[in-house]
Design a protein around this ligand. Structure first.
Ligand code: NOJ
Length: 573
């Protein structure tokens, strides 16, 4: 139960009042310590490097096989050395864990499996010491079916929380109200015999959708974000924002040809996603975030740049950081396709946030790797991702070249969609395996067998081993991250695509106030040369000076030579 719901006048005692006053006082001190802009006057999040942590899998301090907040606290100096400024932690609130935390049963607490609020405060304090901010995941679209709001809502048609969720009569006995399909399989409606009505869930049946048309829902959710800001959170990643509202008239969605991996008919989500009302709520969430200089990152799956652009809001009054997932759709090393996608996002009116990997997507190591040169490709993609204009959000383990470890047998699958969709859909376990720290048992993640197995490649791909190898994926990431923290052209510079007809070498210039950095990435398995005429960019007689390069890459005058999958980041002089 959310604390707020327990607060009734009869519960007020002098002790409670004193502790409330203390909490408010401490929160004010905490908020005052988080400046909204960095020293040069940029919003802090524009120059920051974000790092996504799946808390079950990062570091296990109590050796129960599942990661926890104290584990994260213990790794702050690793994160700082890597060059991370903010961590986004996927949901760590109390939850039955049907969707591994995205089914929240209490928005203002920590699941005991991860620790408690004191551990959370300790983590924020450790973060401060190491200049690492904490971003939480906010799940506004749905709660767990075990949340006390839903338990009340389902208890009777007149319950106080009845209208906090979306309840409807069936079309006819045994028939759901309309044809909407849950993205995780089956009808998006589940019948509840207690009150003889169906409730709506875009995701699992255990994740009933909240009714955002009810002002009480809006209020409690806005207050929740405020509560966490006061506790020292520097922002939120907002889950599934496009699904907040649906058509009150419940029109059927258009049915498309074919079936999906779960065997359901394909549908266009015309009547249950992307309603204009979402933008009003994002503006409201933003007003609250602005009270604390916090950042809002959006899980914004869009099919075109116009949709993505809308998420920034009029004059930038919605999300500062809507994520561009269209970038992840470029699933091969194709300079023309990457150029097209970057140009599209560059035409939008906000700060870019490209996505390369996360806990729902097969790791970039496997998506772009060719099976033979994966480490070189991993470095190439790191150099690419971290030198684009915008704020990067690294997924844990990308920096050591972690690979997907998909379950081989249905009975080993933990993610429910992997069981219902097997074998076409193996679920998301593969990209959520424990962080590989060293060559010890369970890759140094835990003394107990972890909740998901580590792949055999942990013997070579782990933090300890790679730290000692100057040519490792980890050291390439560290070098590029150190450069982007100090180089103004990389932090602030414009992006200009170069040699746009080149099918193999992806190259671009980042330039700022007469200074420039050139990036050349050989996306092919054959050696390549590329020469540059930078006169249009005002660097006519410039020569290149290598800053970071793969072992056989070189720059001479205005020309670069690259081995297969080689990379070069050069200063333009
Ligand atoms: C998006 C999250 O990234 C995913 O992991 C989750 O299953 C759904 N939203 C539902 O919350």
């Amino acid at each position: 139960m959310s604390r707020r719901s327990w607060l009734s006048p009869s519960l007020f005692s002098p002790w409670l009042t004193l502790s409330l006053l203390l909490t408010v006082f401490c929160s004010l001190v905490v908020v005052a310590q988080v400046p909204p802009v960095d020293t040069e006057g940029h919003p802090w999040w524009q120059h920051a490097v974000f790092y996504e942590i799946y808390p079950r899998s990062f570091a296990d301090s109590n050796n129960d096989g599942v990661g926890d907040l104290n584990g994260i606290s213990s790794k702050m100096s690793y994160l700082r050395d890597l060059g991370v400024d903010a961590i986004w932690i996927t949901p760590c609130y109390p939850s039955p864990q049907v969707d591994f935390g995205y089914d929240v049963a209490d928005y203002e607490n920590i699941d005991p499996m991860y620790g408690n609020l004191a551990d959370f405060d300790h983590m924020v304090a450790e973060g401060r010491k190491h200049h690492v901010r904490v971003i939480l995941d906010f799940v506004p679209n749905h709660t767990s079916d075990q949340h006390p709001w839903f338990q009340d809502s389902k208890s009777s048609r007149t319950a106080p929380h009845r209208d906090w969720y979306i309840w409807r009569d069936g079309k006819a006995p045994g028939q759901p109200p309309n044809n909407w399909i849950s993205i995780f399989g089956g009808s998006a409606w589940t019948f509840d015999p207690t009150t003889n009505q169906y409730y709506y869930h875009f995701f699992y049946a255990q994740q009933p959708d909240l009714n955002w048309r009810n002002p009480a829902v809006e209020k409690v959710m806005l207050d929740t974000t405020r509560w966490w800001y006061k506790r020292g959170v520097s922002g939120f990643r907002l889950d599934a924002v496009d699904t907040l509202f649906e058509d009150p008239a419940l029109h059927d969605n258009p049915v498309l040809p074919g079936v999906n991996k779960q065997g359901d008919p394909n549908e266009e989500n015309q009547y249950n996603t992307n309603f204009p009302e979402v933008h009003k709520e994002l503006q409201n969430l933003r007003k609250v975030a602005d009270e604390s200089g916090a950042v809002l990152i959006g899980e914004t799956w869009t099919s075109n740049v116009a949709q993505l652009d809308r998420y920034y809001g009029q004059g930038g009054n919605e999300l500062q950081m809507p994520m561009d997932f269209m970038f992840t759709m470029v699933n091969k090393l194709s300079p023309p396709e990457f150029r097209r996608q970057i140009a599209a996002v560059e035409s939008a009116h906000g700060w870019p946030v490209f996505v390369i990997s996360n806990h729902d997507i097969v790791r970039s190591y496997n998506r772009y790797g060719d099976g033979k040169n994966n480490d070189a490709i991993s470095k190439l993609m790191g150099a690419f991702y971290l030198t684009l204009r915008g704020t990067p959000i690294l997924y844990y383990g990308e920096e050591i070249g972690m690979e997907n470890n998909d379950p081989a047998r249905k009975e080993d699958v933990k993610d429910p969609i992997g069981r219902t969709g097997w074998p076409k859909e193996k679920g998301r376990d593969g990209e959520r395996t424990p962080m590989q720290w060293n060559t010890g048992p369970n890759a140094g993640f835990s003394k107990k067998d972890p909740w998901l197995p580590v792949p055999p490649s942990y013997q070579t791909h782990n933090v300890a081993t790679e730290s000692k190898d100057s040519n490792s994926v980890l050291n390439l990431y560290k070098k590029v991250l150190a450069l982007r923290h100090t180089n103004e052209a990389l932090l602030e510079g414009n992006y200009t695509a170069l040699n746009e007809d080149d099918l193999n070498v992806m190259c671009y210039l980042r330039s700022y106030k007469g200074k420039a950095v050139l990036v050349a990435l050989n996306m092919s398995a054959t050696p390549q040369k590329a020469a540059f005429d930078l006169s249009k960019q005002g660097f006519g007689r410039a020569t290149l000076r290598s800053l970071i390069a793969s072992p056989e890459a070189s720059a001479k005058g205005n020309e670069v030579t690259l081995e297969p999958f080689g990379l070069l980041i050069a200063e333009v002089n």
